[in-house]
Design a binder for this molecule. Sequence first.
Ligand SMILES: NC(=O)c1ccc[n+]([C@@H]2O[C@H](COP(=O)([O-])OP(=O)(O)OC[C@H]3O[C@@H](n4cnc5c(N)ncnc54)[C@H](O)[C@@H]3O)[C@@H](O)[C@H]2O)c1
Length: 501
Amino acid sequence: MIALDRTHTVAVIGAGTMGQGIAQVALVAGHRVRLYDAAPGSAERGAAAIAARLARLAEKGRMDAAERDAALARLAPAAALGELAGAALVIEAIIEDLPAKQRLFAELEDVVDDTCLLATNTSSLSVTAVAGALRRPGRFVGLHFFNPAPLLPLVEVVSAATTDEDAAGTAYATAAAWGKSPVRCTDTPGFIVNRIARPFYAEAFRLHEEAAADPATIDAVLRECGGFAMGPFELTDLIGHDVNEAVTRSVWESFFHDPKFTPSLAQRRLVESGLLGRKSGRGWFRYGDEEDRPLPAAAAPAPAPERVTVLGDLGPAAELVALMEEAGIPVDHEEDGPGAILLGDDDWLFLTNGGYATERGDSVIHFDLALDYRAATRTALAPGDTARPDAVRAAAGLFQALGKQVSVIEDVPGMIVARTVAMLVDLAADAVSKSVASPADIDTAMRLGVNYPLGPLEWGDRLGARWVCEVLTELHDSCPGGRYAPSPLLRRRTAADGKLF
Ligand SMILES: NC(=O)c1ccc[n+]([C@@H]2O[C@H](COP(=O)([O-])OP(=O)(O)OC[C@H]3O[C@@H](n4cnc5c(N)ncnc54)[C@H](O)[C@@H]3O)[C@@H](O)[C@H]2O)c1
């Protein structure tokens, strides 16, 4: 598909945060840009803000002065919608309100040519619903940029039920020509990123509600063991709970209260009480003068066990065997066995299987999944109710000897990383099975849109669909209700021993 030629004019409607960013992207890509806003003076202020940003880029040497001057000469605020008549592409970034967007596009259709491509930057409304007001909805797509648009490469190109393939293809090619990394998806609640990322927040909040561990510990385990750049508590404090919870509620409501998307009661309380995160001085944590970031739970230093026995294959935790040997811990091997580390005579250390350690047997301790056991700087242990205190100390000493901090948490199904990752894989597999997007686009979107260390489908394949499915099945058994029921595609891939990606 061919991108919009640079000789064409691009119009951006709404000169707020996103409109300014999108206008800057189109401008720097070489288009003439008209910026329109309904609020008097807003388009001019938006254009001035873009000019100031380009000036800063030139000062920092990221753009040469001639380029900056040429870009600024191509930018013009528009005083009325009628001035957008010559545009070949219009991108709307006004308030997130369906009737307002529908009214705008109905009016716009009388202004622009029939060939003009129309796009909405909505993040939570149905693109098909916005297109509902148009006489020619075939040329209408979602172009979902991420904030800040000039910096973040991901753009979700959303096809409404009524979008022509040519229109989606041109939108995709144009975003690519602008230096972005576009992905294609259908018109589904939350599109790719905001749909599949929900459990990253929700599972952490549920774990907190289940009193598995405190927020600082859950964040630290997801960062240092799971490989995520930020933990869900610190991240939602940064995003703002009003904003983050509104997305969760919108996706949940759009899916008619599907339990896979249920919002968190604890986060609801934060929103209701105005504890919105950094911007209000307090969310999960305190900020500003009262800044007092609690430290994650860390087990006291303990000696490593004198020797251990590995029985069977440790599955996704197999790397631990080499790490123990490198750390000088004598390891006996027994080929047959349940995939466990035996500490002493009868204390068992297992990678979590999604269930309770207590139900797995006598004196069982679960440890959490790591993205990479060698690189991880922390692990979590969940001792079952019958685990001996000495065994917990020995397990902590074992991981400490491998250079890891150890956080001991309550015996909750799936622990922290395994539960979160299994749910991300599940929602990604569910999106594939419903043709929301291709596996490659889903993984690209999650790496670029929310900075995950691996796309969820590639992650699922590394772990094996069977392992992920077993974790979810155990979780579903412990917490029935449908939230953890493995998606049909995951079950099929497990049965067929196939790949997700
Ligand atoms: N802020 C984000 O992180 C983000 C990210 C992706 C998508 N979005 C979406 O982008 C859109 C804009 O968000 P924003 O954060 O830039 O909002 P914003 O409040 O910063 O800007 C909205 C602008 O639209 C103008 N406006 C309102 N109604 C108008 C109308 N009828 N005609 C013309 N102009 C009108 C307002 O005057 C304002 O300047 C929303 O649909 C939002 O969901 C936002």
